[in-house]
Design a protein around this ligand. Structure first.
Ligand SMILES: [Zn+2]
Length: 163
């Protein structure tokens, strides 16, 4: 089914919003899906600190399981992150980054964190439904996301979805 859609890449993962619905075999199932789909990525995986605090520890545990699996299988990751950017960076640095690369969608963190994420080979996505100042162009114009932040030789790039 997915291979019939040229230009569409599958991604399998357990989103932090749905961790309470996981089965005992979710990680085995995820690995099975990934092995059967060599071009697929992992995600969304991530941290959402806008959710109840009591879920944060479990979110990290599940995020790390998936990140390690992605790195072991050399897959890209699609990262969901809300109000947890510093913790996300700490975990990514401890794990040695995101293997072949990652997408961090709807980035809304402070510009001071951008160099750290850039060094971890993260691509930033800004969605058009974000408030105007939070869009890629808005951030660049405001100086919140300086153009120099994406001039590295590494793979970090800014991708703005069409408005
Ligand atoms: Zn998300």
């Amino acid at each position: 089914m997915l291979s019939a859609q040229e230009g569409v890449l599958a991604s399998f993962g357990l989103h932090p919003w749905y961790i309470s619905e996981r089965t005992d075999w979710w990680l085995d199932k995820l690995e099975t899906l990934l092995v059967a789909s060599p071009g697929a990525g992992v995600g969304e995986l991530g941290l959402d600190h806008a959710m109840d605090k009591f879920t944060h520890g479990l979110q990290e545990e599940i995020f790390l399981y998936q990140l390690r699996l992605a790195n072991r299988l050399n897959r890209t990751v699609s990262i969901h992150c809300r109000r947890a950017f510093e913790r996300m960076i700490t975990l990514l640095e401890k794990e040695g980054g995101v293997g072949p690369g990652g997408v961090l969608h709807s980035f809304s963190g402070p510009k001071e964190l951008i160099p750290s994420l850039k060094n971890l080979d993260c691509i930033f996505l800004f969605q058009d439904q974000s408030p105007p100042k939070a869009t890629g162009e808005g951030l660049r114009r405001s100086g919140r996301f300086p153009r120099s932040a994406c001039s590295s030789k590494r793979t970090a790039r800014i991708c703005c979805l069409p408005h």
